[in-house]
Write a protein that binds this ligand. Structure first.
Ligand code: PLP
Length: 469
């Protein structure tokens, strides 16, 4: 399997060469030269496999440059009941007639990101043991990505994590998750500014190619290809759990922000998994819902990006969207370059004027938008009907899934986080806090450690320089 850039101006590379990369050198994103295809015999053989084995089968298609047996060993070490709370790793539950919930948030930081990030940690560690020296990870987080990355990398020799978070702007639970870690390889930098400030600083530091090379800086943000590949696994897993036979079809509804999660669904579908439709659920920040309704992709400014009660979906642009558009325009890099030039110049592009867009349904998509009031009403109705408490992001998904459902085809909504992470909104919805496990209470009570710094890229760069290996 070789990877090519969506902008077509980067030499093809294998999986392990793109593993540590964020953007491709030409500004695009690396994607498989062509998607592997699964046929009926493969689906039959994979049905019923334990999660780790299914992950090994799928990752072997995307990453065929590992020594024999290595991916089996790595996936076995990651997808365990000890780390993900059950033998199934990602159990499927019935929510209401026609609607199921795929539980992806039972990992160490209670968000779906753990499923890919934990494997990324193991893959990074393998690179280091294969003689790649040391690795420094620099990232920015508004909450879930940072903790997921830190729990995946903590205690790993040769890896250091420098994570910028906006001081005072995360939920108490997210704060405690990150700042209570005392592993010597984890550096939490609480920036006196917003998430955008954090991201700007990471970009500024990352644009210094020499600094990046000297300190072996790696990226773990949502454009990391290995994360997308690892997410493909649970679409297959969810499909097998929801169906009895490979003639059956299902639809997935995905609470979306940077388009990483649902992109993995698109890839699963492109590989031949019988997915009827992929439904993109957004919150008030509805760049993606607008695109799928109209064919027009219109970036939002910072002022137009609102802080909502499903904060991990508060985006102004969807960083993985370019990979999907690459497929949509027939995998022609010159079209992608032209569209992104328009995006840089005008802040938008419109596909309706091109032959590539016949509407969302034509490419197997649907979409919907959910507001704060919808979120509260959904959390309440699910709780009253089933006693189950769902987190605000998952509630956005359920709201949109209910509107988009079609008789005869099961709809699987992805559960992207546990409610305990966002208890303020849960209390607002149902007047009671989500229950905390013993481990969660303990975590909340632990002392917190972080470095508070002004939004000054030069100072943060010096801080990293002094501590990186
Ligand atoms: C990251 C995240 C999302 C958005 O996922 P994308 O891959 O960015 O679309 C949704 N819900 C939760 C809880 C998240 O942490």
């Amino acid at each position: 399997m070789v990877y090519v850039s969506t902008r077509g101006q980067t030499p093809p590379a294998r999986f392990r060469a793109v593993l540590l990369e964020g953007l491709a050198p030409d500004g695009g994103l690396m994607v498989p030269g062509r998607y592997p295809r699964v046929d009926a015999a493969m689906l039959r053989a994979w049905r019923g496999l334990p999660y780790a084995q299914l992950a090994c089968e799928l990752m072997s298609l995307f990453a065929d440059d590992y020594p024999a047996g290595e991916l089996a060993r790595l996936t076995r070490s990651v997808y365990t009941a000890a780390l993900f709370g059950s033998e199934q790793v990602a159990p499927l539950t019935d929510l209401e007639p026609g609607l199921k919930l795929l539980q992806l948030s039972n990992g160490p930081t209670l968000a779906f990101k753990d499923l890919a990030m934990q494997l990324l940690g193991a893959l990074f560690q393998f690179e280091l043991s294969a003689g790649a020296g040391t690795l420094n990870i620099l990232g920015a987080t508004s909450g879930d990505t940072g903790s997921s990355a830190e729990y995946a990398m903590r205690g790993r020799t040769g890896i250091r994590v420098f994570m910028l978070s906006p001081y005072g702007r995360m939920s108490a639970f997210q704060r405690a998750q990150m700042y209570s870690l005392n592993d010597p390889n984890i550096f939490n930098i609480a920036v006196e500014g917003t998430f955008d400030d954090c991201q700007d600083i990471v970009k500024q530091i990352g644009s210094d190619v020499e600094f990046k090379r000297r300190h072996r800086m790696g990226a773990v943000n949502s454009i990391n290809w290995a994360r997308v590949a690892a997410q493909v696994v649970y679409y297959f897993h969810g499909y097998f759990a929801a169906t009895g036979d490979d003639a059956d079809r299902v639809s997935f509804c995905v609470p979306s922000g940077n388009f990483g999660n649902v992109l993995a669904g698109w890839i699963a579908r492109s590989m031949g998994l019988p997915i009827d439709r992929l439904i993109v659920a957004t919150n008030e920040n509805d760049v993606l819902d607008e695109f799928f309704r109209t064919g027009r992709y219109r970036l939002r400014s910072r002022r137009q990006t609102v802080a909502t009660s499903s904060p991990s979906m508060d985006i102004s642009k969807a960083s993985n969207f370019e990979r999907f558009v690459f497929d949509l325009v027939g995998r022609a890099p010159d079209h992608v370059r032209q569209l992104w030039r328009q995006l840089d110049e005008r802040g938008e592009f419109d596909l309706t004027a091109t032959p590539y867009w016949q509407g969302a349904a034509a490419c197997g998509f649907g979409s919907g938008r959910s507001t704060h009031a919808d979120r509260l009403a959904t959390i309440r109705s699910v709780f009253h009907a089933s006693g189950r408490i769902v987190d605000p992001h998952t509630a956005d998904g359920i709201k949109v899934a209910r509107d988009a459902g079609r008789p005869g085809i099961p709809m699987i909504c992805l559960e992207t986080a546990q409610p305990a992470k966002f208890s303020e909104t849960i209390v607002e919805a149902i007047d009671q806090a989500p229950p905390l496990t013993h481990a969660m209470s303990e975590m909340l009570a632990r002392p917190q450690r972080f470095e508070k710094m002004p939004p000054d890229a030069a100072a943060i760069r010096r801080y990293i320089e002094a501590r990186s290996s």
